[in-house]
Each structure stands twice: as C-alpha cells, then as structure tokens.
Design a protein around this ligand. Sequence first.
Ligand SMILES: Cc1cc2nc3c(=O)[nH]c(=O)nc-3n(C[C@H](O)[C@H](O)[C@H](O)COP(=O)(O)O)c2cc1C
Length: 186
Amino acid sequence: MDTQNVPAELKSYFDSAHIALALAAVTADNPLLLVNAPFHKLTGYDATDVVGRNCRVLQKDAENREARAKIRAFLEDDRINAVRTTIVNFRKDGRPFVNLLYMSKLKALSGEVRFLFASQFDISRSQPELLSAYDTELSRTLSRLSPTLVESGIVIDGSLMTIANTVATVAQAKLTLADLDAPGFP
Ligand SMILES: Cc1cc2nc3c(=O)[nH]c(=O)nc-3n(C[C@H](O)[C@H](O)[C@H](O)COP(=O)(O)O)c2cc1C
C-alpha cells in the first residue's frame, strides 16, 4: 500500500497521539494507510496486519447492520462531515469489545476529500469518566490536527459530536459486551 502521499506532519502527528487513530484512503474500499501505537494496543493489530486492508476486518462475523449503514451513509454523502457510532469489534486475539468509533473527512482546500480519519475507543470496558477523558483528548487531537494540516492544504471537516447521555451509552455497551461474552455466542 502506498503511504507515500500521506503528509509527513500527519504521520508524525499520528505517532505522537495518545488515543487510537486510523487513516484510510478514499480509493476503492478505503484501505488503511496509517494506524498508531494506541490502535495496536486497543485492537491487537499493528500496521503490518492492517495497512492496505479495510478496517472492517475488526468486525469479524458480527453483523453490525445499523452501525455499518450509518458509516456507509457518511462515506457516500459529502454533506455528512462526521459520524460517531458504537460497533461490535474483536481484538486480534478474538476478544470482543464495543468500539465507540468516530470518523471524519480530511479535505483539500478545494473541498475534495483527501483522507478518512478515525479514532477508536473501547467503551465496553471503560467507565463514564474515562469516556469523558477520551472525548477531551479526541477534541484536543482534532483541534491540534487542524493547524498541523494547514501546511499541507488539508482541512479537517466535522467537529466532535458529544454524547447526549454518556452513562446510558456506557451501560448499553456493557450490556452488549455481556451478550458477546455469554456462552453460545459464535
Ligand atoms: C479510517 C477508517 C477507520 C475505520 N475504523 C473502523 C473500526 O475501528 N472498526 C470498525 O468496525 N469499522 C471501522 N471502519 C469502517 C469499516 O471500514 C467500513 O467502512 C464499514 O464497515 C462500512 O462498510 P461495510 O458495510 O461495507 O463493511 C473504519 C473505516 C475507515 C475509513
């Protein structure tokens, strides 16, 4: 996979971030271009495992119908700048988790989408206060990313959507995880 076109400042930004980040191409089936160390820690997959592949590899056999429809709507519609959804994922070792996935578009000044940006967080094994700390870090990452990218003529499109009810979202994720961990789940 050709990662040559990823601006150097974006690469180094990914390497310095404390939260899981992934960057994908806008070409057919959105192959991953970059994943960082926190992504590896969270998912068990490193760059050699996933670069060049679509990130749906994390879903294994989970259906995730609603979440995938939301993501596809975001990918297909230029007017949708960002999406946030929970989605059932599996670590490389097979352990399930509920991923709170944030995605947005990195655009050229002309408005053309250059890259797809995403951040992942295991909401099912976390507490509400950790989620709000993550949200703060994600907001910070997004706001620090913008000036970094200006030099490459890229603007980040879509601000962080806050979760209406953090406690309920975490509770739902735990319920989902309990189902996934229950004996009999494929
Ligand atoms: C940059 C980027 C990161 C993504 N990260 C994840 C992820 O962590 N987990 C996941 O389940 N899907 C992730 N996706 C979404 C899937 O790759 C895919 O777009 C989604 O499953 C909808 O397409 P499908 O219905 O064809 O599978 C990511 C997509 C992009 C572009």
